[in-house]
Design a protein around this ligand. Structure first.
Ligand SMILES: Nc1ncnc2c1ncn2[C@@H]1O[C@H](COP(=O)(O)OP(=O)(O)O)[C@@H](O)[C@H]1O
Ligand SMILES: [Mg+2]
Length: 403
């Protein structure tokens, strides 16, 4: 049932041991987002403070699974989540960027097992995950189309800590029922998916769930833009092949910073939402689209998320499709749909942060495992190329999203 009155999230659920926090890169309390260039496929810009999501690429290279920690032990996963049956198979799934996802087949069912990695080294990532988990459950109860989450039977939380192998330190995992479906291509989605997304977003926003702990989430800032000249100089010193391109987008970076400054903080207007809706986190099933990856749900200004989702699903170029999302949102009872350029400030800041994150990984300013560095090096040229188009769309958003 959809709730229309404000509600507080319940208190945090049980916390895992602090010593078992997964390894990650140096602290970065901001977030990232990206768009692939229109020619090679869209990618949405998540709002600030969200996990990177890329489209159409795989992170399941050989190096991904032999790192310290390894693959979670499937028998232990079943035990930790109280699942019956015996293990038949555990296969890595492509499309997981921030974490590691496996398809676990048992004699009784099929599950998606996600090993959480905290790649941004957020100090309070578990608090955030707890809040996101509570929101995910509310959304599920409200009938949003999504994979059914499996709580751990011990405390009802989403995480359990399982050893990858005997004697190894436990790693945090979570589990959902597996959904047979396809990830949409990074191109603009089909019209029925756009309409579904608008309707789904309206349902989420109408839950009107407020955050009890706004400080938990990163605040928007212009740090990345402010340090752009320095980053571009470092890339040049390191001989990065795209260093000149990085410097060349400086005017766009400055525009993003200006939009971000204009986007005033509006905590009173924020409501919890998924926060990472784009092609990458959709699954197309015979019964219709489903929305997965709720780990970075956070409070956000609904209109800003709507702007981000509509342009992302439209590949930042299919105007009519973006408008379909907006219209469906309005028809389904969503609120404010009058979008101004600064509403895309957080989204573009997120894109910029994600680009900078990958630049830093590419040139060794940020520690990362070899497959993450490879990924970063593939991404950076695409992210640079996408930036001007996104900034251009943001500056024309009144006209683009006028319905
Ligand atoms: N329950 C599920 N059923 C089927 N596929 C899933 C499920 N959960 C995730 N996936 C697939 O795995 C990919 C990565 O999962 P996701 O939760 O998005 O990981 P990450 O946090 O790393 O982005 C998804 O894009 C989707 O294609
Ligand atoms: Mg994802």
């Amino acid at each position: 049932m959809i709730k229309t009155s404000p509600a507080q999230l319940p208190p945090a659920c049980a916390m895992p041991p602090a010593s078992a926090i997964p390894p990650g890169e140096p602290a970065d309390s901001r977030s990232r987002s990206l768009l692939e260039p229109a020619r090679t496929g869209s990618h949405r810009a998540p709002l600030f403070a969200r996990v990177p999501k890329l489209v159409g690429m795989t992170s399941t290279g050989a190096g991904s699974f032999d790192r310290p920690g390894g693959i979670p032990d499937a028998v232990s996963v079943l035990a930790a989540f109280g699942l019956a049956g015996r293990v038949v198979d555990l296969t890595p799934v492509s499309g997981a960027w921030s974490n590691r996802v496996y398809r676990l087949t048992t004699s009784r069912g099929v599950y998606a097992v996600k090993q959480m990695r905290n790649p941004w080294r957020l100090p309070r990532w578990q608090d955030w995950l707890d809040a996101a988990w509570r929101f995910e459950q509310r959304a599920f109860d409200a009938g949003i189309a999504m994979p059914a989450p499996v709580p751990n039977p011990l405390d009802g939380g989403c995480l359990a800590w399982v050893p990858p192998s005997p004697g190894s330190a436990p790693v945090p995992v979570r589990v959902h029922h597996w959904v047979e479906g396809q990830a949409p291509s990074p191109q603009p989605v089909d019209r029925d998916v756009a309409i579904w997304a608008g309707r789904t977003l309206a349902m989420l926003h109408r839950l009107d769930i407020r955050s009890a702990d706004r400080e938990l989430y990163p605040a928007p800032n212009t740090d990345t833009a402010d340090g752009w000249a320095e980053l571009a100089a470092a890339a040049r010193r390191m001989g990065a092949p795209w260093a000149a391109d990085l410097a060349a987008v400086t005017p766009h970076v400055e525009q993003i910073a200006a939009l971000s400054r204009q986007a005033r903080d509006q905590p009173a207007d924020e409501t919890f939402s998924h926060g990472d809706i784009d092609q990458k986190n959709l699954l197309l099933t015979p019964d219709g689209p489903m929305l997965c990856d709720w780990d970075v749900a956070m409070p956000m200004v609904p209109r800003r998320e709507l702007a981000d989702v509509s342009l992302s699903l439209a590949g930042w170029r299919d105007v009519e499709l973006a408008r379909d999302v907006i219209r469906a949102y309005r028809v389904a009872g969503g609120g404010d749909t009058v979008i101004e350029p600064p509403d895309l400030g957080p989204s573009l800041t997120s894109s910029l942060d994600w680009l900078a994150f990958n630049v830093e990984r590419s040139i060794g300013l940020r520690t990362a495992e070899p497959d993450d560095v490879d990924l970063a090096r593939r991404l950076v040229p695409q992210l640079i190329a996408a930036l001007p188009g996104e900034v251009g769309a943001a500056s024309r958003v009144r006209e683009i999203l006028a319905t």
